[in-house]
Write a protein that binds this ligand. Structure first.
Ligand code: UDP
Length: 262
């Protein structure tokens, strides 16, 4: 597939011009960063897993009527997406106290919240992505009141979908981060889900043991980061276990579509 020039490089992904107007190619790198870039590592295989996990989740969300930027996966590390104007906000949904919320409010990690909570953070690395209120968002014109309503409604629907999906895989969804973008279609503007949904952007705990299966393994130097991501993919049915066929190499990615041709 024709890949145009690079238009953006972030911490874990690169965006290239896509083959048609209004499309981009999203490339998943193996790089991992945390604490506002102070910690960096290359985790072999992470990009491949995140590409597959994000494809699986975004496709599932489309099927239940939540619009996303995902069009189709192209190969092991790349997917074709719709070009959107990214809203400069991180939308975090929390079900259980963890991370910065537990610290800020003095809550015990692992305690269920009275109800799911949605928070907004302004995307700015120099400022360390500060938490902002809905009033900040409209005052500084990062988004309209209607867009805030839409983002909150979509975020809670995504939470319901993901909570069920992961519960069925023996995984507790603690919290996660979403990003949204504006898609322009003539005079119309449509809000759609963008970026990725993967263990890089979710807290996922094993339902039985409470073990982290997400980027906290990297943040906290716990080791086994890629193994945790691979186990998430395996439980979601994205990986098949080669051992079951008498091959001792362990789980491998299920090949499908045209990834071998790319
Ligand atoms: N998160 C993210 N990107 C960020 C900040 C947070 O994907 O830049 C995710 C994080 O993985 C977690 C959720 O958002 O699932 C809530 O993160 P929190 O505010 O607790 O921040 P953290 O303690 O992870 O820095």
């Amino acid at each position: 597939m024709a890949r145009g020039k690079q238009i953006y490089e972030g911490k874990a992904k690169i965006l290239y011009e896509g083959p048609e107007p209004g499309t981009l190619i999203q490339h998943f790198k193996d790089d991992a960063t945390a604490f506002n870039n102070q910690k960096h590592a290359v985790l072999e295989g992470k990009g491949v897993l995140n590409n597959r996990i994000s494809e699986f989740i975004m496709s599932g969300l489309e099927r239940v009527g939540i619009p996303t930027h995902f069009i189709r996966r192209i190969n092991m590390r790349e997917q074709l997406i719709r070009h959107v104007e990214i809203i400069p906000l991180e939308v975090v949904v929390r079900n259980v106290a963890a991370g910065s919320l537990a610290k800020r409010l003095g809550l015990n990690e692992g305690d269920a919240l009275p109800r799911s909570v949605v928070e907004f953070y302004y995307k700015d690395d120099k400022l360390g992505d500060p938490m902002v209120s809905e009033d900040h968002i409209t005052a500084f014109n990062w988004g309209s009141a209607q867009e805030i309503d839409d983002m909150m409604a979509y975020a809670l629907r995504v939470n319901d979908y993901l909570s069920g999906l992961f519960a069925g895989a023996g995984i507790r969804l603690i919290d996660f981060k979403l990003e949204f973008g504006r898609q322009y279609e003539g005079d119309l503007v449509r809000l759609i889900l963008a970026d990725e949904i993967s263990p890089d952007s979710c807290r996922l705990w094993d339902a039985d043991t409470g073990d982290s299966m997400d980027k906290d393994r990297f943040r906290k130097d716990m080791g086994g980061v890629v193994e945790g991501y691979r186990e998430v993919a395996r439980r979601l049915g994205i990986l098949r276990n080669e051992n079951e066929r008498g091959d001792a190499k362990g789980p491998v990615l299920v090949s499908s579509n045209d990834e071998n041709k790319a």
